[in-house]
Design a protein around this ligand. Structure first.
Ligand code: BGC
Length: 585
């Protein structure tokens, strides 16, 4: 371990108001699918305000709110028309203020999504760019290039968008604009000082309204350096993405942008926080985004990409804790979000490398309903993995509905799908709508209590059994399990360190300071349960035995607890996983 590493236990205590985020449980709300107060089928801000009691009882520390800005919804709100307003279908700025005050009154912080890589094509800047000639300052806020061929009718390059299809779009006068995502999401030119200034204004706008932090969308994409002669897609793909010199991704100078943002965050007390969504080539590159001189924290998607496997989990945990010790940040953990198949369903698929794996993969991609899913096993594994994760130092990011044990909704009819990756990949990818179906609050009713009428994506009949109403008073429900785990976590989390206890290769066991430990059995057979009082279990445990695919938190006999308080840092082990992305942009 290099000398520059400092012990994560030396990080500021969570009691410091400026450090609230370091070990926070952050709950992601995808607002159009959370709760619909006005009965138009689309979730809204008033719907969130009405459910603050639910969020408080769940025991989260913060909400991360996905985009709520005016948008044509070409990409679920990540196509922003105006960064300093609220989509009228979701409410008004006054509704936003009421929601923020109500969250704060319940002791819940608010993180909003900010989308700097691209605007929507309805943003006033882009409309002005289209109405202005080539070479104009209006076009300079975006990335325009002349087309190839005598009349510019061929794209400047054969680049493929993240959602499939071409990444360059013609505007009718021989010029084309870059949109790495949907056609409706033109990429901004971050070399333009006006772009930089405007985002600082946006950060202050929301910070002044009481927002506590920002989730930064596609943080690795803002700085771009396009050569005069553009490389082909194949050439782009072949470039080394770890040098900081790739034309599109993770360029070193992107951090200059975030250093400027940091100085805005530090104008506030406590300083505003940020978490980067940065898909980069190595963990080392990711942690640059988490620097305390930059955004401060970055998503670590490693567990989300891993198989349910003890060695993979241990390697990932160890390396991420070591990396965050280097940056002075705390690490993040996440299993589900609005971009990936829900983890209860991922873990219900046939294991990788098995003879039925291909069948499972095609189920996901085509929206089929073939009976390849092990629903019960998927949820059992998801609960075990979640309990293991919630015991770790660092922030836990949870996605709405996972606390109900929701599965992916795979069989949405094509005519009702909304995700651009479905439309841009016909027959190949059903897209991300399956994890964005509006939440079931009641056992029955037009939209299972989501709103007074229907829901903007169809909800399946089985949602009834996974509704808040069905789970609320059931002590064995996934909702009760999350509530109990989050409450215990609040009491137990102290300083940011852990120590591994050697155990069977299919069992992970770590001890946290303060006399508690976490044990998870990833194997197919039960294992001995270490000594200690069981505080919580992901599945029922028997006397002295830890069933397969089950995790527990134990109150550790004092000898082990005090050994940890006076002993070393987290030991390193080699990441054993083959990192494959469930879905990557
Ligand atoms: C968001 C996606 C979005 C994409 C483009 C991602 O990071 O999480 O939902 O489609 O950025 O904004």
């Amino acid at each position: 371990m290099p000398d520059t590493l400092t012990d994560p236990r030396d990080r500021p205590a969570t009691g410091d108001p400026g450090s609230w985020w370091r070990q926070a449980a952050v709950y992601q709300i995808y607002p159009r699918s959370f709760a619909d107060a006005n009965g138009d089928g689309i979730g809204d801000l008033a719907g969130i305000t009405e459910r603050i009691g639910y969020l408080r009882d769940l025991g989260i520390d913060a909400v991360w709110l996905s985009p709520f800005y005016p948008s044509a919804l070409a990409d679920g709100g990540y196509d922003v028309d105006d960064y300093r307003d609220v989509d009228p279908r979701l409410g008004t700025l006054a509704d936003f203020d009421s929601m923020t005050s109500a969250l704060h009154a319940a002791n819940i912080k608010l993180i909003v999504d900010i989308v700097p890589n691209h605007t929507s094509d309805r943003h006033e800047w882009f409309r002005e760019a289209l109405a202005s000639p080539r070479g104009s300052s209006a076009r300079n806020r975006y990335i325009f290039r002349d087309g190839l061929g005598v009349d510019g009718s061929l794209p400047p390059a054969d680049w493929v968008s993240a959602f499939g299809g071409p990444a360059w779009e013609p505007v009718g006068d021989g010029q084309w604009y870059l949109h790495y995502f949907a056609t409706e999401q033109p990429d901004l030119n971050w070399k333009n000082p006006e772009v930089r200034e405007d985002f600082l204004k946006t950060l202050r706008f929301w910070s002044d309204r009481g927002v506590d932090g920002f989730r930064v969308d596609v943080a690795h994409g803002c700085a771009k350096e396009l050569p005069e002669v553009l490389p082909s897609q194949a050439e782009l793909d072949a470039l080394d993405a770890t040098t900081g010199q790739h034309p599109l991704w993770d360029r070193d100078e992107v951090h200059e942008i975030y250093a400027e943002w940091r100085s805005v965050f530090n104008e506030y007390s406590p300083p505003r926080t940020a978490v980067a969504e940065a898909w980069v080539a190595t963990p080392d590159r990711r942690h640059r985004y988490a620097s305390i001189d930059g955004l401060g924290q970055a998503f670590n998607f490693d567990l989300l990409e891993a198989d349910f496997d003890a060695a993979s989990f241990r390697g990932i945990i160890t390396s991420n804790l070591a990396q965050s010790a280097r940056t002075g940040s705390s690490t993040t953990w996440v299993f589900s979000n609005h971009d990936v198949v829900r983890h209860a369903t991922r873990y219900a698929l046939p294991p990788r490398g098995s003879s039925t794996e291909k069948q499972g993969a095609s189920w996901l991609l085509t929206g089929g309903t073939a009976p390849v899913l092990d629903i019960e096993g998927g949820l059992r594994r998801a609960r075990a993995a979640t309990l293991l994760m919630l015991g770790l130092p660092g922030s836990a990011y949870l996605y709405q509905g996972e606390e109900l044990g929701l599965q992916e909704v795979a069989d949405i009819p094509d005519a009702e799908r909304q995700d651009p990756s479905f439309f841009r990949n016909p027959g190949v990818d059903v897209g991300r709508d399956g994890c964005r179906v509006p939440l079931p609050w009641k056992r029955s009713g037009p939209s299972f209590g989501f709103g007074a009428t229907g829901a903007h994506l169809p909800q399946p009949g089985w949602f009834s059994d996974f509704s808040v109403e069905a789970e609320e008073d059931d002590t064995t429900s996934t909702l009760a399990f999350y509530r109990q785990a989050l409450a215990l976590r609040k009491d137990l989390q102290t300083v940011e360190s852990l120590e591994w206890i050697d155990s069977d290769e299919t069992v992970l066991h770590y001890v946290r300071p303060g006399g508690w430990s976490v044990v998870a059995n990833f194997g197919t057979r039960d294992a001995p349960l270490p000594a200690g009082e069981v505080l919580i279990a992901s599945s029922p445990v028997g006397e002295g035995r830890l069933p397969s695919e089950t995790a527990v938190w134990l109150k550790t006999p004092s000898a082990q607890g005090s050994r940890l308080r006076s002993s070393g840092r987290c030991r390193r082990s080699t990441p054993g996983s083959r990192h494959r992305r469930p879905r990557r942009y």
